[in-house]
Design a protein around this ligand. Sequence first.
Ligand code: NAD
Length: 280
Amino acid sequence: MEQLKLNNGQMIPQLGLGVFKVQDADDLKRSVADALKEGYRHFDTAAIYHNEAWLGEALAQSDVKREELFITSKVWNSNTTYDETIAAFQETLKKLQTDYLDLYLIHWPSEGYNEKWRAMESLYNEGLIKSIGVSNFEKPHLDKLLTTAKIVPTVDQIETHPYFQQKELNEYLRSLDIAHEAWGPLGQGKGNVLEDPTLAKIAEAHNKTIAQVILRWHLQRDIIVIPKSVHAERIAQNIDVFDFKLSDEEMSLIAGIDQNKRGAADPQDEEWLKKSLSMN
Ligand code: NAD
């Protein structure tokens, strides 16, 4: 498994398993067991996914040592203050049955994020989180965060796939030495990116699937990916992307299919951000 070095010196496995929308305990435990068997060590959850406790159980049941795992979770938007962020973090730790997180993210740039960041910095300084970061932060959010932040985020986890490549934000993150992590790397199974003819041709040339080509493309852009699947065969397929390389020409062909088309919520949609404060 390839690892990337974050701006604080910590290493992150460049590919992990996402568990968004896995709403069944048995599905989650089985897929985590399958993933561990296939070599996954990085797992991405969030308080709002309501499955941290199942992930905690699945990891506790495995014989992989805690220090070999990389666990990410996220503080939800309904926690808007310093104290609420600390309390949410403690709850997350308990559910995950661990005494530290590898990465903790502010899930969205909703109300109070500068204060939430201050809480994350305290937890980081206490050694309870190895790396802190943000998610769904665009340039204006990062700029505002950095007016009060003492620590630069290690990661920004943002929607990214071949139809929404985030070229500008990718460059801005690079200029700040913040790692780009892709959520929805496969387009969330929505739209038709998994049937794209350009990707299909490239996949055929490498004897790989379109999903594998997409994941390889992310990796070659130095992006961290956390594809989700609960199917053993796809879990195995999604990590089997380290034995081939896309050429520069193939990388540019994929750059050319960008539609700059978001598939989910817009982080600059203030109305949605406000509504999200009462989602739980
Ligand atoms: P994804 O792009 O990983 O797509 C998952 C879907 O793709 C699956 O449900 C399945 O339908 C399909 N799929 C997976 N592997 C496949 C394969 N090999 N072949 C064909 N189809 C395949 O979407 P996601 O789950 O939304 O994103 C990945 C992870 O990112 C999530 O599980 C979660 O951990 C994280 N995430 C974070 C945010 C955020 O706001 N920070 C938002 C969404 C997701």
